[in-house]
Design a protein around this ligand. Structure first.
Ligand code: RIB
Ligand code: CA
Length: 306
């Protein structure tokens, strides 16, 4: 089977860890590069976490370190959700740094995309700082990007601000650059992220499934994205689910933008379902998710891991 080449831009992050696992062990995806960006925790910590995950999964994917701060908005992390380390709860082995490239993530993304025989899909599961700078520094790269599938935004309410989702609200100016780039976009926001839940019987199954499930269970005990009792939100796996099982989604093509100036709404994504702004559609937005299909898909995907 032809694998789709992807680059994952990430801020691990407990839910990032599961999304990365799913991508690394799927038969349909070819992870060419993992780039890190400040988000859930600092750049150094998310980079260390990405390297620790690759050591755990025994996968030799190159890692490139990206931006340590948003473009303009002051950086506020999500260590309250993921723990101080960003992946609290499991005692990972120390990584070897041989996978860590010397080049900045933006330059390494450009190199990988430009040298690829086929278009690359960007899977963005973090604030969009790296991707925004890629598009500004190397505008010609747009021709070689298949689409950007991102976890972020919301057509309803927020999880960082009243109306703003964490990845968008952490760097709204970067998101503005990406959303207005003209590159095909797929948004998997909170409208589906809040329904992408791992319930107690799911996490019990995972615990006894394999090493990855056992590790995930340990992380889940510290993860504050939901609760083990009422369901844990697998936000970032929603981006992988679009690539691997799109039939679980109800998707609409619409105009998508982001508010930058609202004193209470900065970082809020504008999903113009009724066309009030009279703009052409620029994104596919996942508006709903079949929860049972997600749970079955998610457990099957974890079952493919080590
Ligand atoms: O809003 C959820 C997003 O913020 C996810 O990417 C999660 O990892 C956090 O970064
Ligand atoms: Ca993330």
């Amino acid at each position: 089977m032809k694998r789709r080449p992807i680059i994952i831009d990430t801020d691990p992050g407990i839910d990032d860890a599961l999304a990365i696992a799913i991508a690394l062990f799927s038969e349909e995806l070819d992870v060419k590069l993992i780039t890190t960006v400040a988000g859930n925790v600092s750049l150094d910590k998310v980079t260390y976490n990405a390297l620790r995950l690759l050591k755990f999964f025994k996968k030799d994917v190159p890692v490139a370190k990206g931006c340590s701060q948003p473009l303009i908005t002051p950086f506020i992390d999500a260590s309250d959700i993921h723990g101080v380390s960003g992946m609290e709860g499991y005692d990972f082995e120390e990584p070897d740094d041989r996978l860590l490239l010397k080049g900045h993530a933006v330059n390494e993304m450009n190199r990988v995309i430009q040298s690829s025989d086929e278009k690359i899909t960007l899977v963005a599961i973090a604030p969009m700082t790296n991707i925004a700078l890629l598009l500004k520094l190397y505008p010609e790269v747009k021709e070689k990007i298949q689409e950007i599938v991102f976890m972020g935004g919301s057509a309803s309410r927020g999880n960082k601000g009243v109306m703003s989702e964490f990845n968008m609200a952490t760097d709204p100016e970067a998101a503005k650059i990406v959303l207005s780039s003209g590159i095909p976009l797929v948004m998997a926001g909170l409208d589906v992220g809040w329904k992408a839940l791992v319930y107690p019987d799911d996490s019990e199954k995972m615990k006894n499934m394999n090493k990855t499930g056992e590790m995930a269970y340990a992380l889940f005990k510290k993860y504050r994205g939901g609760s083990m009792k009422t369901g844990l939100k697998m936000y970032d796996s929603c981006a992988m689910a679009y690539l691997l099982c799109p039939e679980m989604y109800q998707v609409v093509e619409t105009y998508l933008d982001i508010e930058l100036n609202g004193s209470m709404t900065a970082g809020c994504t504008i999903v113009d379902l009724k066309g009030y702004l009279k703009q052409p559609a620029n994104a596919k937005v996942c508006m709903d998710l079949n929860e049972n299909m997600f749970r079955e898909w998610f457990l099957n995907a974890i079952n493919k891991c080590i």
